[in-house]
Design a protein around this ligand. Structure first.
Ligand code: SAM
Ligand code: SF4
Length: 330
């Protein structure tokens, strides 16, 4: 076993696997209304190819946690089978799913039975009109049903990820927190990042971690949770004495690149050593040209060795990656 180390002493053990770049919502901070030019299906990894690469990562490269994402991973037909085969690997990795929860009400039980451990559901508001405005679809009730089904299926602790947008839902942070506390969901706010396909992100438009904390503190007493942040991107706060917590992921204003333990695999089989990487390593072509597992592992190690120390959003030379979040796997 050789760990996925880089030149700055970091070791990647958390693999984010994008299963598709397609999605049934159109969140304004992620995609344009008309959607994107989806990857041609022949360049998308097959179920067997995805499982083979995950196996290489777990058995040879020390990956301990596999998170499925997209696009919307629930639209991938082979999802339950991919989860089952991943959870059967030795040593068994932790498995989780980042999803918009459309259709989760139907699949949560099957996913849990296949070995999925946890879900993270993206939900930015509890007002159905605001949900429609942000996602451009009228599907708030489906997300609520998906969350309930995930909790009933034991896919917990159920986490909720929220992005705040200035002038749209930036006044709703306390409402969302109250709603999650009542239901036992762990809420985390994520600062909006320059990863939208339309390149519409601006620093002024982004609602900062400090603003979010200030808004929450008008209604709750927040105390930093004692456990060290480690490589976890969320800074956790005990709410009103705990045990419930709320998290803030300040990717832009308080970056955690120095403790990053992630690596990403896109739906078309490219390894990315960072969300903001401008280079990728093409494992799909190597695999289809007959590379052995050893050769794939070597390519993966080389890809990680070149990981930069930070995302550089504050650097004047910063360039947004060519792929948007939905095609990288957030
Ligand atoms: N479709 C699934 C979902 O929405 O959970 C999985 C993919 S989505 C790209 C993963 C996460 O990225 C979601 O929580 C979403 O809110 C977040 N996201 C998308 N675009 C973002 C951006 N520009 N800045 C910050 N987070 C973003
Ligand atoms: Fe789809 Fe997730 Fe992007 Fe929203 S954030 S458009 S649900 S991929």
């Amino acid at each position: 076993m050789q760990p996925l180390s880089d030149a700055y002493g970091r070791v990647a053990t958390d693999l984010r696997v994008s299963l598709t770049d397609r999605c049934n919502l159109r969140c304004t901070y992620c995609m344009p209304e008309e959607g994107l030019d989806w990857l041609p299906l022949e360049s998308q990894l097959t179920d067997d190819e995805v499982v083979r690469l995950i196996t290489v990562a777990v058995e040879r490269l020390g990956v301990r946690e596999v998170r499925f994402t997209g696009g919307e991973p629930l639209v991938r037909r082979g999802l339950v089978d991919i989860v089952r085969r991943t959870a059967a690997l030795e040593p068994r990795p932790e498995t989780s799913l980042t999803t918009n929860a459309l259709g989760l009400a139907r699949t949560a039980a099957a996913l849990a039975e296949a070995g999925l451990d946890r879900v993270n559901v993206s939900l930015d508001t509890i007002r159905s009109e605001t949900f429609h405005e942000i996602t451009r679809r009228d599907r708030f009730a489906d997300v609520v049903a998906g969350l309930e089904a995930a909790q009933a299926a034991g896919l917990g602790p159920v986490k909720v990820n929220a992005v705040l947008l200035r002038g749209v839902n930036d006044d709703q942070a306390p409402d969302l927190l109250g709603w999650c506390l009542e239901r036992g969901y762990e809420l985390r706010f994520i600062e909006q990042m320059p990863l939208d396909a339309q390149h519409g992100w601006t620093r002024e438009g982004m609602v900062t971690a400090d603003e979010i904390l200030a808004a929450l503190e008008q209604h709750h007493v927040l105390v930093p949770a004692v456990e060290p942040r480690g490589s976890a991107p969320a800074e956790l706060f005990l709410v009103d004495g705990g045990p419930a917590t709320v998290g803030i992921i300040a990717s832009v204003t308080r970056p955690f690149c120095g403790a990053c333990d992630r690596v990403r695999l896109t739906a078309d089989g490219q390894v990315r050593n960072c969300l903001f990487a401008r280079e990728e390593s093409d494992l799909r072509s190597a695999m289809r040209a007959g590379a052995t597992d050893d050769e794939l592992a070597q390519r993966w190690l080389t890809a990680m060795a070149g990981k930069l120390p930070g995302h550089g959003i504050d650097d004047p030379t910063f360039l947004q990656p060519d792929r948007p979040m939905s095609a990288i796997g957030g």
